[in-house]
Design a protein around this ligand. Sequence first.
Ligand code: UDP
Ligand code: MG
Length: 334
Amino acid sequence: MAEKLYIILPCYNEEEILFRSAERVREVLRSLVSQAEDPVSPESRILFVDDGSKDGTWDIIASLHEEDHVYSGLKLAKNYGHQTAIFAGMEAALKEGADCMVTIDADLQQDINALPEFLGKMREGADIVYGIRDSRDTDGFFKRSTATMYYGLMNALGVHIIPQSADYRLMTSRAVAALSEYKEHNLFIRGLVPDIGFKSDSVYFHVSRREAGSSKYTLKKMISLALDGITSFSIQPLRLVFMFGILAFLVSLVMMGLTIYDHVRGATVPGWSTLTISIWLLGGVQLLSLGILGEYIGRTYMESKRRPRYFVSVLLSDDPGEGKAGNGNDRGSR
Ligand code: UDP
Ligand code: MG
């Protein structure tokens, strides 16, 4: 049983590196197809998802497809972000009848040569194989420390994501079908996948430096991913707000006692500093709490609209049954 494997690469303005990556992935796939023992199906594909790039990324994908039909392409209608791009790729691969799929960044910072190991784990029975980075020494100090802090925070909030797992992972079609049952708009795949269940395993891989181009994960995108991760998996921050409230109430009882005591003593005019401090402190805590509430309410609001997650503008594949346009939300269950 030769599995039909899809290797999915989300690309956002990756023209500088795409040819190089495409070649390397094709080599790995070729050797998997031609190996004597347990080859993968020759129908396996390399699927590039163009996440609304503004440079020549799509032209490169189109020319790669022209040159060799092992390359296929999915062009999203605009930039939706890494998580949605991966998801769109997986849903497309599912529709094309892939048995299993691996997602990997287009810059191939994650080691593509670990791919056979992923397949091995799948053949041993895993539906999900996580890629876990062996170290973070190629990241800058800022990214490394914020990532460590973030994983720590997530853990403290009771969100169990596999630490140091990037979005380099293998999933079988069964697991992807389960994932696409999750209807939320704010996709935080790293958190959703462990939630699915199924048998999972992991593979360690090495992260290298980006060979060309620059990081497409801007600080803004990172913060938004981080917030999505927390708010879609934990309501601990809301509980914390409640705790703040109780604490403030207790303090206010003490203050009330003190105030009455001062009043009885006739020393009401001093106490200006206490007053000012409490105004600022309580005001601050209230604003912070409102902010946290706002994050959740805002997301509830956005989710309640049930907007489509993404639209596909072009699909390049050699499957004659597939149309040129469609959207990723036609599961008809809404
Ligand atoms: N990416 C994407 N959409 C975005 C931002 C990034 O599809 O809005 C892709 C990007 O092309 C790359 C992957 O996500 O394949 C990871 O991005 P990058 O390598 O820039 O992030 P870093 O490795 O610096 O965390
Ligand atoms: Mg990268």
